[in-house]
Design a binder for this molecule. Structure first.
Ligand code: APR
Length: 318
């Protein structure tokens, strides 16, 4: 099975490639980026990072072949393509501030990928995530089950890691669900959060849980402020987990940004919802019953994604 990662000369893309290789389930990973120029010299970050990672294979003990390229012909026949190309957030920027630049990049990358792999599955990581998934979907002409965004796994991982720290239990034993857009309006759902099946609400007081929910919503920004750029280890690992679920046809159930056709009362937009992930991408969008408060939060999140989407449409009409 062949996987392509675009933007792989950068932080998130190279972490996706490395995480895939370390899990050792794919035959090959093709890492794509652009040629960079500095002081009149040309550099090939995707080739460099691929070579560096491949040289770690005897130590990490994986067979997955990593190759770097700037030529989309090398991506032909990819089963899954991950798009991380674009600019990252800097302090003071929201994900939505990246809209125009990243929309152009994601659109042109999608065209190239689908030209060489017309039946691929696309996982979008570039921000603003929900709208970039829509750009890829509309540009690709692929069925909606074959285009998705990576956000929910990352956001729940952040939420679970904060809870694990607070409760002093293993992060492995915290299960959680989080819906909505990948931004401040995301909807963590304490009602669906458990420690090995036991409701988390029995182990933490409401104020502390609210604090953790708020920290999760701002989790990306917290890292931007610490590092001056956006995160890569957890985003990279999250995208690799989606690739693994698809390649190994695992039927994993994860929150992902999926194209809605009436589910949760919304249509014609990408929003984070629980899905069953395997061969052919999203096999099913899973609908859980939300209470009024949760549905309202979901609607607010959808309104936000709609407003960024209409901003994008205005930009494209210019
Ligand atoms: N084709 C291929 N690669 C591109 C293109 C393009 N048209 N335009 C930019 N890139 C590459 C850059 O050359 C760079 O190597 O995308 C890479 C992005 O890497 P970083 O700048 O390190 O950014 P990163 O932190 O990886 O974030 C990338 O993921 O999480 C999101 O918000 C984040 O949208 C951002 C994306």
């Amino acid at each position: 099975m062949k996987v392509t990662v675009v933007g792989a000369g950068g932080n998130v893309g190279s972490t996706v490639s490395m995480s895939i290789a370390q899990r050792d389930f794919a035959k090959e990973v093709v890492m794509v980026d652009i040629v960079k120029e500095k002081d009149g010299e040309k550099f090939y970050p995707s080739k460099g990072r691929a070579l560096d990672q491949w040289e770690s294979s005897p130590i990490h003990k994986f067979d997955t072949k990593l190759t770097g390229t700037v030529d989309y012909e090398d991506t032909a026949g990819s089963d899954v393509c991950v798009i991380t190309a674009g600019v990252p957030r800097r302090p003071g920027m929201s994900r939505d501030d990246l809209l125009e630049i990243n929309a152009n990049i994601v659109g042109s990358v999608t065209e190239q990928l689908v030209k060489h792999s017309p039946n691929t599955i696309l996982i979008i990581v570039s921000n603003p995530l929900d709208v970039m998934a829509q750009v890829a979907y509309e540009t690709s002409g692929l069925d909606s089950n074959r285009v998705m965004g990576m956000a929910g796994i990352l956001d729940t991982a952040r939420y679970r890691s904060f809870l694990a720290e607070e409760l002093d239990v293993s992060p492995k034993d915290i299960q959680a669900l989080l819906l909505g857009g990948h931004g401040d309006t995301m909807v963590p759902l304490p009602r669906f959060t458990t420690i090995s099946g036991m409701p988390v609400t029995q182990f933490i007081d409401e104020d502390k849980l609210d604090e953790i929910v708020e920290r999760t919503k701002g989790g990306g920004g917290e890292l931007v402020n610490l590092m001056g750029t956006s995160a890569w280890y957890a985003p990279g690992a999250a995208a690799a987990q989606m690739v693994e679920a698809i390649i190994l046809d695992q039927n994993r159930v994860f929150p992902c940004a999926a194209y809605l056709n009436g589910e949760y009362g919304h249509e014609e937009l990408f929003l984070g919802v629980p899905v069953k992930l395997g061969k052919d991408g999203i096999k099913k969008i899973i609908e859980v019953d939300l209470n009024d408060e949760e549905q309202q939060l979901m609607d607010t999140s959808a309104d936000h994604v709609h407003s960024v989407l209409s901003e994008f449409r205005k930009l494209m009409d210019k």
